[in-house]
Write a protein that binds this ligand. Structure first.
Ligand code: SF4
Length: 83
């Protein structure tokens, strides 16, 4: 039996629309990953909700589960003060 390739779920709606509709993406769908040295990381993103302190695990308004501040995803949006 031939192996079926698993397709990465596509982003067929915007983060803004997900926020409006109360929908959250899976981490796989948004390519949640280690941010590297860039300032582009979850704790500088408009969708990040901090935990008890800046280094603690937080959550995201549009991505499921616990979110670490030093990670990033494909739908990162910089906080206005970083622009
Ligand atoms: S970078 Fe992605 S996972 Fe991180 S806070 Fe922003 S939207 Fe959420």
């Amino acid at each position: 039996m031939a192996k079926r390739k698993r397709k990465r779920p596509s982003l067929n709606i915007t983060a803004e629309r997900a926020l409006d509709e109360g929908i959250k993406f899976t981490k796989n769908a948004v390519n949640y990953r280690q941010a590297g040295r860039s300032r582009r990381r979850c704790y500088n993103c408009i969708y990040f909700e901090e935990g008890p302190n800046r280094s603690a695990v937080g959550t995201c308004k549009v991505v499921e589960g616990q979110i670490k501040g030093y990670m990033i995803s494909d739908i990162f949006e910089a906080r206005p003060e970083l622009m």
